[in-house]
Structures are given as structure tokens and as C-alpha cells.
Design a protein around this ligand. Structure first.
Ligand SMILES: [Zn+2]
Length: 88
């Protein structure tokens, strides 16, 4: 048995205990902290994935797309394209 494996096991147990403490704080009625790994107990339309219920992208995906578009605009700025010419 190697030291590294014991260390990672200890780390996993420590992390799980930390997540269980947090789960018990959020859901005090769940003493076993069954949702410690994900903290989600409901998948109704308000809590669930918007792709499932509304066919929309998640906030995380929307933020990633905006960040990617901004990165593209920074990398290749269009200063004299047709979208920058005034129509007046
Ligand atoms: Zn819900």
C-alpha cells in the first residue's frame, strides 16, 4: 500500500465529510446527508435543467458563449466591416 493512495483516500473522506456538513446545514431534516455529492433534491421546472423544461441553454453555457464571442471580438476586431458603417 502506498502513501499516496492513503493520502488521497483521507482527502476523499475529508471532502465527503465537509460536503455532508454543508448538506446537513442546507437540508437539516436529512441527517444522513444523502444529497451531499450533488445538493439537489428536486428537478421541477424551477430547479431543474432549463434544457429539459424550456429547451434553453443553462446560465453556465450562456456565459461561456458570451465569453467566447468576446474573446473572438478581441482577437479579430472588425473596424471597417459593413456592420460598422452608418446607414444614415
Ligand atoms: Zn424544484
Amino acid at each position: 500500500m502506498s502513501f499516496t493512495k492513503d493520502k488521497s483516500r483521507a482527502k476523499r473522506r475529508q471532502d465527503l465529510n465537509r460536503m455532508k456538513r454543508r448538506a446537513r446545514r442546507i437540508y437539516p431534516h436529512d441527517a444522513a446527508a444523502k444529497c451531499a455529492n450533488h445538493l439537489q433534491t428536486c428537478s421541477c421546472y424551477a430547479c431543474g435543467n432549463p434544457r429539459k423544461h424550456f429547451n434553453e441553454k443553462t446560465l453556465q453555457e450562456q456565459r461561456a458563449e458570451i465569453a467566447a464571442a468576446q474573446e473572438m471580438a478581441r482577437a479579430w476586431p472588425v473596424t471597417n466591416g459593413p456592420e460598422h458603417q452608418s446607414n444614415l
